[in-house]
Design a protein around this ligand. Sequence first.
Ligand code: CA
Length: 226
Amino acid sequence: MKILIVEDEPKTGDYLKQGLAEAGFVADLVRDGLDGRHQALTQDYDLVVLDVMLPGIDGWQVLRDIRAAGLRMPVLFLTARDQVEDRVKGLESGADDYLLKPFAFAELLARVRTLLRRGKGIEAEHLRAADMELDLLRRRVTRGGRRIDLTAKEFALLELLLRRQGEVLPRSLIASQVWDMNFDSDTNVIEVAVRRLRAKIDDGFQTKLIRTVRGMGYVLDAEGGA
Ligand code: CA
């Protein structure tokens, strides 16, 4: 799988290239919009990670030119926090997903994998447990038909629990997958996040989907518990 990274910020670019290479991808890095467009149009990529603010031409233009050339590979946009209009603009101009900066590498990797699987039409766009549904494409969660607002971390946490339904996930695994932290880090962060997530998805419902397994970790189970 070949990925093009277009990112002018040197540290971020190097970090992405190294991380994706370590995850087993062939990753090319270019640092401005013109090179990005040239590479995307002349090489055969399975996915593009595209920064918005770039020297030369910006990410919007690169994306428009990619789509105008009839190329349909997934494009993951990197955008600054709070630029809500950017996100809307990005999705309208043909971006498949976006990620807010700063992001944890694990989160980027999860999105990349999702987009690549979706690109091949294998991955379901929804994950379900009982009456809860998680829409991977729109990053939305509903339970009993009601929309639940989650933060990006809560969404990532719920996605992980859902993908591994019925499996007890240790805090250390959750820390590394969702927070990019190692085992020695403060696991209180995870307890707090799980508690908040649980309040959002389980409060007011008879079937509790997320359970704590004392001394072990957390499990999401569609059978639930009282
Ligand atoms: Ca930039």
